[in-house]
Design a protein around this ligand. Structure first.
Ligand SMILES: NC(=O)c1ccc[n+]([C@@H]2O[C@H](COP(=O)([O-])OP(=O)(O)OC[C@H]3O[C@@H](n4cnc5c(N)ncnc54)[C@H](OP(=O)(O)O)[C@@H]3O)[C@@H](O)[C@H]2O)c1
Length: 328
């Protein structure tokens, strides 16, 4: 059960604020960079080469030297169902290390507010839809992504524990599947939208009459354009702390079959989608109850058609880059 916290209202501006975005080169991190740059935030950024977030002493030293006031903790080991099922130890160990180092350093050096990004996989595999924040830890997790999910639950709990023991203003956001510019289209590491988009594109290019999607097409997925999540995180960073975790979703979902057809339309693939039922469906439904964040005033702005068109443009521009990107 998550706690309700009350604080008084305040006005807020990012201008000049020393703001650290971890994982700023990734899909969500770069959306935050785009948006916060426009607000005049004093962005503190370090690539993985400059700062390995899984190195505790390096993270403490970096925070000591750079003294962020605000942290958007986005950096994590991220991957789709295949990567999660294949490398569970890397997902659990890597994310526990990264988030523990960042959250503890944030407390140690007096960071004013931290927003931690979790994921909708924290909720039980079978949960009443739409899934409210209170559903956390009420049932067994989806088996293929259990390690990643447990790391994210631990991150939420760590934020809560530092708030309870030390009064830290640390909160968590729970987004659904993200998509948009900066996504990873790797065949084995991609999430649902990027994976289908690539397969649809390759089938079109090869003149094939069909492409294959995992599972039977019936599970339902909520997707959210990455810039909308960045805006939600900014909104929560600025808002007085009413709760310590917030679902960030659009409030509706698609079956995988509907999503595949929508993506095929955006890509211009005119053949049919076939379903490989030997592959797992994953969780049947994951629609988030977004009433808590809606009460703060956030609403998504990008419709799926526009968002998917932008994602496809991003994918096409990646194909044109001279050096093959690790996102392909
Ligand atoms: N994508 C989704 O559908 C989705 C859904 C729900 C929640 N989330 C959460 O949203 C956040 C952002 O996801 P994303 O899709 O933007 O992921 P992403 O594109 O893979 O970005 C992750 C970033 O973290 C950095 N990173 C990973 N390990 C690091 C380390 N040891 N030291 C320094 N940097 C490290 C990566 O650096 P490199 O660039 O060097 O690899 C990358 O910039 C994550 O916390 C993820 O769990 C994502």
């Amino acid at each position: 059960m998550n706690e309700i916290i009350s604080t008084k209202n305040s006005t807020f501006s990012f201008a000049g604020k020393r703001t650290w975005i971890t994982g700023h080169r990734g899909m969500l991190g770069s959306a935050l960079v785009r948006s916060l740059s426009k607000e005049g935030a004093n962005l503190l950024l370090a690539s993985r080469q400059e700062l390995d977030l899984s190195n505790q002493s390096a993270v403490h030293d970096w925070v000591d030297q750079n003294r962020p006031e605000l942290i958007f903790h986005v950096g994590a080991k991220v991957g789709g169902i295949h990567a999660n099922a294949t490398y569970p130890a890397d997902f659990l160990y890597g994310n526990l290390m990264i988030q523990t180092n960042v959250i503890d350093a944030a407390h140690h050096y007096g960071v004013k507010k931290l927003v931690f990004v979790a994921s909708n996989c924290i909720y039980p595999a079978i949960a009443a839809q739409p899934i409210s924040e209170d559903s956390i830890m009420t049932g067994p997790l989806e088996n293929n992504i259990r390690s990643y999910a447990i790391s994210k639950i631990a991150g939420i709990e760590l934020c809560r524990a530092y708030r309870k023991q030390y009064g830290c203003n640390f909160i968590s956001v729970i987004p659904p599947n993200l998509y948009g510019p900066g996504d990873n289209y790797h065949l084995q590491h991609s999430h649902v939208v990027a994976g289908i988009l690539r397969r649809a594109h390759e089938a079109k290019q090869a003149g094939k009459r069909e492409f294959v999607v995992w599972g039977d097409g019936t599970p339902r997925r909520e997707i959210l354009y990455v810039d909308d999540v960045a805006e939600a995180m900014k909104c929560l960073m600025a808002a007085p702390m009413t709760h310590d975790m917030f679902n960030v979703g659009c409030g509706y979902d698609f079956s995988i079959a509907e999503l595949a057809n929508l993506i095929a339309e955006v890509v211009g693939f005119e053949g049919s989608v076939v379903y490989d039922t030997s592959k797992p469906n994953g969780t049947m439904g994951k629609l988030l109850d977004n009433s808590r964040i809606q009460a703060i005033g956030w609403r998504p702005k990008v419709d799926e058609k526009t968002g998917l068109q932008n994602a496809y443009k991003d994918f096409l521009s990646l194909l044109e880059t001279p050096n093959r990107s690790s996102r392909l």
